[in-house]
Ligand binder design. Sequence first.
Ligand SMILES: Cc1cc2nc3c(=O)[nH]c(=O)nc-3n(C[C@H](O)[C@H](O)[C@H](O)COP(=O)(O)OP(=O)(O)OC[C@H]3O[C@@H](n4cnc5c(N)ncnc54)[C@H](O)[C@@H]3O)c2cc1C
Ligand code: FES
Length: 323
Amino acid sequence: MNDILRVRVARVTREAEDILSYELVATEGGPLPPFEAGAHLEVRVPGPGDFLRAYSLCNDPEETHHYVIAVARDAKGRGGSNAMHERVHEGDVLEVKPPRNNFPLLFARSYVLVAGGIGITPILSMARVLQRTGADYTLHYCARAPGRTAFHELLSQAPFAEHVRFSFDGGDPARGLDVKGLLATRQPGARLYCCGPTGLMKAVRDAATLHRWPWEKVHFESFTAEGTSAATGREEQGFEVTIRSTGQVLQVPVGQSVLNVLRRNGVRIPSDCEAGTCGTCVTRVCDGQPDHRDTFFQAEPAGDQRMLVCVSRARSKRLVLDL
Ligand SMILES: Cc1cc2nc3c(=O)[nH]c(=O)nc-3n(C[C@H](O)[C@H](O)[C@H](O)COP(=O)(O)OP(=O)(O)OC[C@H]3O[C@@H](n4cnc5c(N)ncnc54)[C@H](O)[C@@H]3O)c2cc1C
Ligand code: FES
């Protein structure tokens, strides 16, 4: 791993049911590389799987002596979050890639922050900055129940309480936040930031479109590939993928990633984040036009010759992959 940073786990705290936070400090003491609200670390999760997993920083970027991340245990995942919960203890040393930010907090006259579940992590860092700088902001925090809400106590108290609105839906989104109602009015110069589960991000995107929020004022961060599609809102359609070496033709239906289809058909591709942020699953394209949906290639466009198969799809009916 290039640019490795070794950090010591100074404290592990239970933030809610199945959510632990980790305070990380430099092994030699002193300041850590700086970050801005919305940034994440990639953590080498200890264990046989050798997982690299992204975790958003939830502390105030002004605090240079530590990083704080919070991890929700995902029972349906491949084990990265479980290993963080089971194998990482106070005093351990972890390898991380320094902070990267695909979700920067841009200047605005006011802010609407919408967080769902563990999607609170980058949003909390933003709320801390906005609070410290006296900005006009409201944080709408959706979760199932108070006991499953990370940082519930912190956000229920001053100085945050007057800016935070909790929505507890008991697991039924229909009883949760009225997103359409929320976005029906927009203060001039407002920006909207949203991070949460796929359903919430889709509802926010649809409501923002309905109420004509300018697209450049609406910002999403997705923790999963499915969420990336919901956040971009681009038309989903099925397409065909051909494996160049074998000639095998596979169908990629709506709602499935190329990576998952390949995997299910026995084609192994290295992957890490599965959300288009780390670049690990980059694959050469011999023919066809990819539809890039990652955030990794933002600075340096990927063109038609390569794609990140965990999130990107096809503009053409068929792609030939150099596999
Ligand atoms: C920029 C960024 C920031 C993040 N910040 C945080 C954070 O602050 N806190 C946090 O807890 N998490 C965060 N995540 C998510 C985190 O990186 C991990 O994905 C998460 O901890 C789950 O890891 P896992 O190995 O347990 O599950 P993963 O294997 O990563 O699985 C996650 C989900 O992907 C789907 N999935 C996985 N494998 C398959 C498969 N083979 N077929 C179909 N679906 C599949 C499932 O829906 C599963 O629930 C972030 C992700 C990104 C990209
Ligand atoms: S696995 Fe990280 S970009 Fe695809």
